[in-house]
Design a protein around this ligand. Structure first.
Ligand code: MN
Length: 323
């Protein structure tokens, strides 16, 4: 998926903090691909909190009934300095990239693309589909030591699943309660999908050196005693050793965590960099690609590439994980 606006941090409402010290970060509605595009809710980056660990971008969408609409249509666009994490609850997405990858993703499987020094890709609802679309798209910022790695794509059809009482946890990235994802991480990180059966409660072990956040995708319940449903991102901070969860109806959520990201970054369009000039160079390489170069070519997508927006008049400034 793509940030189609130049500035991914779009019109966020204010955050509120609960008495339990949990920040409730309301999402901003964004239409990917213009007013008729796919409706998503963006909770990262927000004005007040740009990152959770190295997680720096979070869009949630659906459940959408496609009803004859084309669904997702994100034409070829470039990335640098990040990994994209695609995760579905329902539906299908077809990924293509400039390495020649062509991969259909289904619920419970992970598409992980490492942009490193440069890659381009497209994502679309395939011609044959189940008629629904429901999922999340995340980005992970690469640390300075690894942000120029060679681009790579991996599809993980088998991920570790923990089941305990009414709780089922699928580990996408990192490690949870001894279950380790095979996906390649470049910083200490956790990404897991948790499903809690109706009326049940559970406790999930956390690392006090990680900061965490939870996004409810389906259902409603409590997270660290804060009542929550789909929509906002609950930022839990660091220093916790466990997380208490309860479910009303069956409740599905994403648990994100990681070591607080110490580096300041520039996020502009689909790029994660460290300074203005680096972003300018990446933008120029995309605009002047003429069928190759740093970002290669995506083959087989039936539509135009996405042009880069104009650069702002002022210079981009690297910013930290909080405001
Ligand atoms: Mn993308």
């Amino acid at each position: 998926m793509s940030s189609l606006e130049a500035d991914p941090e779009v019109g966020h409402p204010d955050a509120t903090t609960t008495p339990a010290g949990v920040e409730v970060l309301d999402g901003a509605p964004v239409a990917l691909g213009g007013p008729r595009g796919l409706a998503v809710t963006r909770t990262l980056p927000s004005k007040h909190r740009r990152m959770v660990g190295a997680w720096c971008f979070l869009d949630a969408y659906g459940p959408h009934a496609l009803n004859g609409s084309p669904g997702m249509r994100i034409g070829p666009h470039p990335h640098i300095g990040l990994q994209t994490v695609s995760w579905l609850v329902a539906g299908e997405i077809l990924h293509r990239d400039s390495l020649g990858s062509r991969q259909l993703i289904r619920p419970g499987r992970l598409n992980l693309m490492t942009a490193g020094r440069g890659i381009s890709h497209s994502e679309e609802t395939p011609a044959e589909h189940s008629g629904v679309l429901h999922g999340v798209q995340l980005w992970v910022a690469l640390p300075g030591t690894d942000r120029d790695v060679a681009p790579a794509f991996a599809h993980h059809a088998r991920l570790p699943v923990l089941a305990d009482g009414g709780l089922t946890a699928t580990v996408l990235m990192g490690e949870l309660a001894g279950a380790v994802s095979p996906a390649r991480c470049y910083t200490p990180l956790l990404g897991a999908e948790l499903t809690l059966a109706a009326g049940r409660r559970a406790t999930v072990p956390l690392r006090p050196d990680f900061e965490y956040a939870v996004l409810v995708i389906d259902g409603a319940g409590t997270v660290a005693d804060v009542p929550v449903g789909p929509g906002p991102l609950l930022y839990l901070g660091a220093g916790r050793t466990e997380l208490r969860l309860t479910a009303g109806p069956e409740t599905r959520m994403m648990l994100l965590g990681g070591e607080p990201f110490a580096e300041r970054i520039v996020m502009w369009w689909n790029f994660v960099g460290r300074d203005h000039d680096e972003i300018v160079a990446a933008r120029q390489a995309w605009e002047e690609r003429a069928g190759g170069g740093r970002f290669g070519t995506v083959r087989g997508y039936d539509g135009p590439d996405i042009p880069a927006p104009p650069m702002p008049i002022t210079r981009l400034v690297a910013r930290g994980r909080t405001r």
